[in-house]
Design a protein around this ligand. Structure first.
Ligand code: SAH
Ligand code: F3S
Length: 481
C-alpha cells in the first residue's frame, strides 16, 4: 500500500510469443513506473522485427536490456546490483551484450559506459526507434549511445506487444515527458519536455485492445490532465499554434470522452493527475460516462503551503481542498489516492502536522508514501540542503503510513453491504478458488469463482474486508457484460 510502484512487478521480465524465424534471444527487465513497463513493450516490439525472440532465462540471452528508473536513489542502486549479476554471466558468455534503457540511461548518459564497464549500450526514453542501428553498432564491437530527447516522439505508430499481460487490463500511453519542474523530481530531466499523442492513434489502440479481449485501459502520462493535442509538437509550443490548430485542439477532458464513446463497454482509468491541472471538465466527464472509473490518483506530496511552494507544486492546501470538495460534490464516493513525500528539505514538525491534517480531511482510499531522496541536478538538490535527519524522516513516514492504513481500512469497510461491478482480472493470489478484480474505485475485491470467467464484468455483493481487500460473492453479471 505504501509504494507507488508495484513491488511485485519490479524486475519483471517480458516474454513474447516465439517467432520461429528469429534466432537471437532478448532478455528485458523493467523497473520503476508503469510508463517504463509500457515502454518495454514498445522496445520488444521494435526488436522482434530485428530477429529477437524474448527469453526469461538470463543464461540463454544474447542481449540483456534493463529499463531503469531514477526517481529515488534506491531505484538506481537496485539496477547497479543487477548489472553486477549480468557481469558475472558475461564472464562465461562473452558474446552477451548489455544495454541500459530509460531514465538512468538519460540521466547518466555515456558516464554509464565508464562507470559500469560491462554496459555496451545506453538508450534514453526517446531513442528506442534507433535500436536497430544501435544493436548493429554493438554487434560490430563498438559501444552505442543515443540519449537524444525529442520534441515529437510519442511512439504512436509502434504497436506495443502485450503477450505476458493478464489479457484484460492494459496501459495506453497518451503523453510523454513533463514540464512541471517540481523541485524534487528528476523526470523532467530524464523524460524531456511534454508532448501529447495523436488522439486517433490512441483510439485506434483502444479499439484494437477491445478486439483482442481487453476490457479495461488506463490512459498513462506523468500529468494526464495536461494532455493537449494540436497536431503534434511540444505542449509549450501551443502558444505559437495557428488559429486553426487551436480551434481543433483536443484537451484531456475531450480525449477522455472520445475514448469513452469509442468503446462504451471498455472500462477507462487514467493516471497521474496533477492537482494544478485537473479541471472541472474532467470531473464532469467522469460523472457523465458510466465506463469511466470513479477513481482519481491525485498526488499532493505535502499538506504544508510552505513546503508545496518549495516543491514548486503550483497550488495551495486550500485550493487542493476546494478541488477535493468539487470531486466529492460531482462524484459522491469517488475513490481518491495520493503520493506523499516525507522529509523534504526544511520540513518542520508543523509542516508534518499539516500533512497529517490534510490526510484527515481527504481520507484517501490508498496512497504511496516515500522519504525524500535527493536527486542530483534537480532544483531542490541545487538550492536546499537535505537537512531532515534520517531518523526523523523515518518516524514521520511511519506516522503517515499508519494514518493512511487506518483511512484505507475505513474506506474499504464503507463498501460492505453494497453490490458493485468488478472486472475479473485473474485468480486471487491467496486462493485458487477465488477470482480477483477491482471495483470502480480501484479497490481489490475477491469472490468465489463459480462459473464466471476472466474478463467478465460481475456484480459482487461485498460481505467482509481486510484492510485493503474486499471479500464478497457474485450475484450475477453486470449490465456491462
Ligand atoms: N507526475 C506525478 C509524479 C511522478 S513521480 C505527479 O504529478 O505528482 C511518482 C512519485 O514519486 C511522485 O508523486 C513523488 O511522490 C515520488 N517522488 C518523486 N521524486 C521523489 C524524490 N526525489 N524523493 C522521494 N519521492 C519522490
Ligand atoms: Fe515529476 Fe512533478 Fe512532473 S512530480 S513527473 S515534475 S508533475
Amino acid at each position: 500500500m505504501e509504494k507507488t510502484i508495484d513491488e511485485s512487478l519490479q524486475g519483471s521480465i517480458l516474454t513474447l510469443k516465439e517467432n520461429k524465424k528469429n534466432d537471437r534471444k532478448l532478455y528485458i527487465e523493467s523497473y520503476g513506473c508503469q510508463m517504463n513497463f509500457s515502454d518495454s513493450e514498445i522496445v520488444a516490439s521494435i526488436l522482434a522485427k530485428e530477429g529477437f525472440n524474448t527469453t526469461q532465462n538470463l543464461e540463454d540471452a544474447d542481449l540483456v536490456l534493463v529499463n531503469t528508473c531514477s526517481i529515488r536513489e534506491k531505484a538506481e542502486l537496485t539496477v547497479r546490483k543487477r548489472l553486477e549479476k549480468f557481469n558475472a554471466i558475461k564472464r562465461h558468455r562473452p558474446h552477451l551484450k548489455v544495454g541500459v534503457l530509460g531514465c538512468m540511461a538519460e540521466r547518466l548518459k555515456s558516464q554509464l559506459l565508464e562507470e559500469e564497464k560491462i554496459v555496451d549500450m545506453v538508450v534514453g526514453p526517446d531513442a528506442y526507434k534507433d535500436l536497430p542501428n544501435l544493436v548493429q553498432e554493438i554487434d560490430e564491437g563498438r559501444n552505442a549511445v543515443n540519449v537524444l530527447l525529442s520534441k515529437e516522439e510519442t511512439y504512436g505508430d509502434v504497436a506495443p506487444v502485450r503477450l505476458n499481460s493478464n489479457g484484460v487490463t492494459a496501459f495506453v500511453s497518451i503523453t510523454r515527458g513533463c514540464d512541471n519542474m517540481c523541485t524534487f523530481c528528476v523526470v523532467p530531466f530524464t523524460r524531456g519536455r511534454e508532448r501529447s499523442r495523436d488522439p486517433q492513434s490512441i483510439i485506434g489502440e483502444v479499439n484494437d485492445l477491445w478486439n483482442k479481449g481487453f476490457r479495461e485501459i488506463t490512459l498513462l502520462g506523468q500529468n494526464v490532465d495536461s494532455y493537449l493535442w494540436y497536431g503534434g509538437g511540444l505542449k509549450k509550443g501551443f502558444d505559437k499554434a495557428t488559429d486553426m490548430q487551436k480551434a481543433t485542439s483536443v484537451t484531456f477532458a475531450q480525449l477522455l470522452e472520445l475514448v469513452a464513446l469509442a468503446q462504451p463497454k471498455m472500462r477507462i482509468r487514467f493516471s497521474t493527475s496533477n492537482p494544478q491541472d485537473l479541471t472541472l471538465d474532467v470531473i464532469h466527464t467522469m460523472a457523465k460516462h458510466k465506463n469511466i472509473c470513479k477513481h482519481i490518483h491525485l498526488p499532493v506530496q505535502s499538506g504544508s503551503n510552505r513546503i508545496l511552494k518549495e516543491m514548486n507544486r503550483l497550488h495551495t492546501r486550500e485550493e487542493y481542498f476546494e478541488l477535493i470538495d468539487n470531486i466529492k460534490k460531482i462524484i459522491p464516493d469517488c475513490g481518491i489516492s495520493q503520493d506523499m513525500i516525507i522529509g523534504f528539505p526544511t520540513e518542520t514538525e508543523e509542516d508534518h502536522k499539516d500533512t497529517l491534517s490534510l490526510m484527515e480531511y481527504v481520507k484517501y482510499d490508498f496512497g504511496y508514501m516515500f522519504s525524500y531522496s535527493e536527486r542530483p541536478g534537480t532544483m531542490a538538490a541545487r538550492k536546499l540542503e537535505d537537512d531532515v535527519p534520517e531518523e526523523i524522516k523515518k518516524r514521520r513516514l511511519s506516522e503517515v503510513i499508519a494514518l493512511q492504513r487506518a483511512h484505507c481500512q475505513e474506506r474499504t469497510q464503507g463498501n460492505i453491504g453494497q453490490v458493485q461491478e468488478v472486472l475479473i482480472e485473474g485468480a486471487s493470489k491467496k486462493s485458487d478458488a477465488h477470482w480477483m478484480g477491482r471495483n470502480s474505485h480501484n479497490t481489490v475485491a475477491v469472490f468465489p469463482k463459480e462459473n464466471y470467467k476472466v474478463g467478465e464484468f460481475v456484480n459482487v455483493k461485498m460481505l467482509h474486508c481486510t484492510s485493503a481487500t474486499l471479500i464478497g460473492e457474485a450475484v450475477g453479471y453486470s449490465e456491462n457484460n
